[in-house]
Write a protein that binds this ligand. Structure first.
Ligand SMILES: *Cc1c(COP(=O)(O)O)cnc(C)c1O
Length: 383
């Protein structure tokens, strides 16, 4: 049968502990969810500030639906561009302190669409080994040469840059907070190397937007590197509790992407309600100092306790706290045992992470209480 390989491949995956299936929520996203009909404490979402079910954001979306309807009916370049899109982009540019901003329907589409527009087959992209899959896919789509450097290894990055021809398009791209390890890119060193070797820098702030920096705009702000990262991308789907993504940079970058970026051009404009919801989220994020402090305290507390219990959380310095298990089947087994105790921590396995580094990916939010954290730690005691 011409389709028999489908089942064979799935069985092979299952044997390696790599088979994936969907779980279903019957509640809003939050620190407590109803998962497959059971109420559980959730340590798996990226809803770092607890905004996914925020009343102010919901209200903004509902009001926008009343005013503009739901769908947009066309791509932005045809007739789907509505004033909430323009207003949101103006807000974002101001928030990120850049000349301009452009929204995409998702982070995945932003990364594939930005990189494939900016680079061509003569270009070279230097990419951290642990960058998000959407970045890799963008590079593949661009046909540029992909040079992966070992994770956060600045010596290696320098060596690669040194050997490249002086002319030609060069792009260094990095997550600012790595999605599966929870550590940070050495961004100051990266922009310094980029200046020296005349490479562009693109940052993916997916897990830093809303969380890092005084105003919550990301690692670029926290390290005072504004103006030194050419392309600042991020998602609205994590700490902002919404959906969609953005890229911030110069006016000319925005014009270029509007004209050349296929995942921007050939897709329907995002619903205006999303733009209005995200505008409300921006206002909340600007004043979310207390939430960010809670998040930091919760993360520090968990790391300290887990360390005392002998768990390896790698180099985590964010709300993403990996608990290294190594073996895929064992990671899945641990996740199942935690779930039996009413605690949801997703197991992450290759190919999402490198072979032999399967882990439980714990994510903590600003809304978890001391009691929640202690319940989690107690459940970990029997591992
Ligand atoms: C989640 C994520 C994305 C994709 O963003 P979506 O809006 O969910 O499509 C891109 N980059 C990184 C680093 C991410 O963690």
């Amino acid at each position: 049968m011409k389709t028999s390989y489908l089942q064979q491949d799935l069985q092979a995956l299952e044997g390696l502990g790599g088979y994936r299936s969907l779980k279903t929520l019957d509640s809003p996203q939050g620190k407590e969810i109803i998962l497959d009909n059971k109420r559980v404490l959730n340590f798996s979402s990226n809803d770092y500030l607890g905004l996914a079910n925020d009343a102010r954001i919901k209200r903004a979306a509902i009001e926008a639906i009343e005013e503009y309807g739901f769908g947009t009916g066309a791509s932005r370049l045809i007739c789907g561009n509505m004033s909430p899109h323009d207003k949101f982009e103006a807000d974002l540019a101001q928030f990120k302190n850049t000349e301009n901003a452009l929204v995409y329907s998702s982070g995945y589409m932003a990364n594939t669409g930005i990189i494939s527009a900016l680079m061509d087959r003569h270009g070279v992209v230097l990419s951290d080994r642990l960058n998000h899959a959407s970045i890799i896919d963008g590079i593949i789509l661009s046909r540029a040469k992909l040079l992966r450097y070992p994770h956060a290894d600045m010596q290696a990055l320098r060596e690669i840059l040194k050997k490249l021809p002086v002319t030609g398009r060069k792009l260094i791209v990095t997550d600012t907070v790595f999605s599966m390890d929870g550590d940070r890119a050495p961004l100051k060193e990266i922009v310094d190397l980029a200046s020296r070797y005349e490479a562009m820098v693109m940052v993916d702030e997916a897990h830093a937007f809303g969380v890092l920096g005084k105003r919550g705009s990301g690692l670029v702000e926290e390290l005072a590197l504004e103006g030194r990262a050419d392309i600042q991308m991020g998602t609205l789907s994590k700490a902002a509790g919404c959906f969609g993504a953005y890229v911030c940079g110069t006016k000319i970058l925005r014009e270029y992407l509007i004209n050349k970026s296929r995942s921007f051009i050939y897709t329907t404009a995002m619903p205006p309600a999303l733009c209005q919801a995200a505008r409300a989220a921006l206002q909340i994020i600007l004043k979310a100092d207390q939430l960010r402090r809670n998040l930091q305290q919760n993360s520090d507390y968990l790391r300290a306790k887990l360390q005392a219990m002998g768990f390896d959380w790698m180099n985590s310095s964010s709300a993403i706290i990996p608990v290294l298990v190594k073996d895929s089947l064992q990671a899945v087994e641990m996740s199942k045992r935690l779930l039996k105790k009413g605690i949801f921590v997703q197991a992450i396995r290759p190919p999402t992470v490198p072979a032999g580094t399967a882990r439980l990916r714990l994510t903590v939010t600003a809304t978890h209480t001391q009691e929640d954290l202690d319940r989690l730690l107690n459940a970990f005691k029997i591992m």
